[in-house]
Design a protein. Structure first.
Length: 144
């Protein structure tokens, strides 16, 4: 029996705790920034909506390092769940860790992650921060 199967069968922590299996997601959040609601999460103690398009998530269980982890972010291109928000005349949508605005950049940390969402520029106007209906953040790494 694999270690993951043993942990699942005996009720051990597969994604968090001292028996966490390597390679599994150790933190995720689905954040609806339009309505300021967390739709789902794992290993998240709180989420702070800092300003338009910029957020940070605090972990219940910290990672073992501020830098030895991998974060993946993505967005659902809508603000109302019925139509695309940013069309093909703009440079797309952007989701990443840190901040792209003139705000406070939160240093990489073992206990939280900062992330943001923007839309790209067009031929006649600049891009800017934007709140989207679904912002996804997932992290892989070793917990402390």
């Amino acid at each position: 029996m694999s270690k993951a199967a043993e942990l699942a069968e005996f009720g051990g922590g597969i994604s968090n705790g001292p028996n966490a299996v390597e390679g599994l997601i150790k933190h995720f959040v689905v954040y609806d920034a339009v309505n300021q609601v967390t739709r789902g999460s794992l290993n998240q103690s709180s989420l702070t909506d800092e300003t338009t398009g910029r957020f940070h998530s605090s972990f219940t269980s910290s990672f073992g390092s501020a830098t030895d982890k991998c974060a993946v972010t993505d967005l659902n291109n809508t603000t109302n769940d019925t139509s695309s928000n940013i069309g093909e005349t703009r440079g797309g949508i952007i989701s990443n860790i840190g901040t792209s605005t003139n705000g406070t950049f939160r240093a990489l940390s073992a206990s939280e992650i900062q992330f943001y969402s923007n839309y790209g520029s067009s031929g006649s106007s600049n891009g800017d921060a934007r709140e989207f209906l679904s912002h996804y953040v997932m992290m892989v790494g070793d917990l402390a």
